[in-house]
Ligand binder design. Structure first.
Ligand SMILES: [Zn+2]
Length: 428
């Protein structure tokens, strides 16, 4: 009774906020429904015929969720998933509400939920997932998250409480995630990259999990793949990267166009580039393996995958090829720059920095981004966005010659086009 009322009220709120033009009403229906029945999410996800997967981590949640959704949908399953940016428990509730019928029942097979790190304990308790994926733990925008250490403890507690028979799927290459997983009573399934060919020689500035959780010594890395992700060990021998049960080998990166890898016997090629997407594919693949999904089938589904909107997009504009990439934190930004400069040979850039509410109002994290990578390689850099001036200062310190800052996106684009030859590619 109460659940039906909650579903109705939530759905009505969603419809109303869409009508009144207040955006898509992404989480408000969740608020309303939970106020009427605080257990509504637990009840709705209990209707799922197959169960749920929760995905957490700083970067890659949306892409990993979409890969899994695509895999399930290709098997004819009905999937409920929350929209990008609605990572709190209210967003997950709103997603379940949208798929619920007028009788208050959820008619779907799988729930694939991306969940903010801090919301994981509650999500695990209410959703009772069959699989919990932890992708990585990077220092995010400083005003949005507390210390990594606190977040790690929160995730550890959540993973300890996943249902019996459920499986934690964790990134072995991230020392923080390694620390979490090694402390668990039940053995997680580890995934990681095993390919020295794509490793960097040293840790970038933004690497922020460099010390041993046991003794505090600096970790020794024999390979660094992305941010602080790599093959690590404590020189005192009390902590080391767990051996991955699911590993990506023979990786071939082609700029922003594609990344290919072997996972066991399966050759997989993703039509979006960057090593971060190799990790996302690996995480989704590992989860599929836990569920017994055929590897070759997963590779075929992933091959036809389209990048999540706004995260990576290509378009032609006035005779120039534009590549748009979204980065939210130093680790993501560094990998994007590295992909652009080293692998795609990019020379023309608009670098945008915004501080609107959704983006995070503290922009000091740009000092952790290695803009030095651009020095001597980028020919044209246009700082843009509401905080274009902060970015211009950062670029100056990095030794990157930049054009005047532009706070209007249209003007930034005009400026870039004016100095980018026709037929050339620019990155923004
Ligand atoms: Zn140690």
């Amino acid at each position: 009774m109460r659940r039906t009322a909650a579903v109705w009220a939530g759905k009505a709120t969603g419809a109303l906020s869409r009508l009144s033009g207040r955006g898509g009403g992404t989480t408000l229906p969740g608020d309303v429904a939970r106020a009427i029945d605080p257990t509504v999410l637990r009840k709705l996800t209990g209707d799922l015929t197959e169960g749920s997967i929760v995905i957490t981590g700083t970067n890659g949640k949306t892409t990993t969720a979409r890969l899994l959704t695509s895999i399930f949908e290709g098997m004819g399953k009905r999937v409920v998933s929350n929209r990008a940016g609605a990572n709190l428990i209210f967003g997950a509730t709103a997603a379940a509400l949208r798929s619920a019928g007028p009788d208050g029942r959820l008619r779907a097979d799988w729930g694939v939920f991306e969940i903010d790190e801090a919301s994981l304990p509650r999500a695990v308790e209410e959703i009772q997932p069959r699989i919990a994926i932890v992708l990585n733990l990077f220092r995010d925008q400083l005003d949005r998250y507390g210390e990594l250490e606190k977040i790690a403890k929160t995730i550890e507690a959540a993973l300890e409480s996943i249902p019996e028979g459920a499986q934690a799927v964790l990134n072995a290459d991230d020392p923080r995630v390694g620390e979490i997983g090694l402390a668990l009573a039940r053995t997680p399934l580890w995934f990681g990259i095993e390919d020295p060919e794509v490793a960097m020689r040293k840790l970038p500035h933004a690497a922020d999990a460099r010390t041993c959780p046991k003794c505090g010594a600096s970790l020794r890395f024999s390979a660094v793949y992305l941010g602080h992700e790599g093959v690590y060990e404590c020189p005192n021998g009390d902590f080391a990267r767990p051996a991955p049960g699911v590993a990506a080998t023979h990786i071939v990166l082609d700029g922003f166009d594609s990344v290919a890898m072997n996972i066991g016997e399966t050759r997989l090629e993703l039509p979006v580039g960057g090593l971060y997407n190799a990790y996302n594919a690996l995480a989704a693949f590992a989860a599929g393996m836990v569920l017994g999904v055929d590897g070759q089938y997963m590779a075929e589904r992933m091959h036809g995958f389209k990048a999540a909107f706004g995260r990576q997009e290509k378009m032609d504009f006035r005779g120039r090829h534009l590549v748009l990439v979204l980065s939210k934190n130093p680790a993501g930004f560094n990998e994007t720059l590295r992909t652009a400069v080293d692998m795609a040979g990019a020379t023309h850039f608009i670098l945008g920095l915004n501080d609107r509410k959704a983006d995070g109002t503290d922009v000091s994290w740009i000092w952790d981004v290695d803009f030095e990578q651009l020095a001597g390689k980028a020919e044209v850099v246009v700082p843009a966005g509401t905080r274009a001036h902060d970015l211009a200062v950062r670029l100056k310190y990095a030794g990157v010659e930049a054009r005047p800052p532009q706070t209007e996106p249209g003007r930034a684009l005009d400026d870039l086009i004016s100095v980018t030859p026709e037929g050339a590619t620019a990155h923004t």
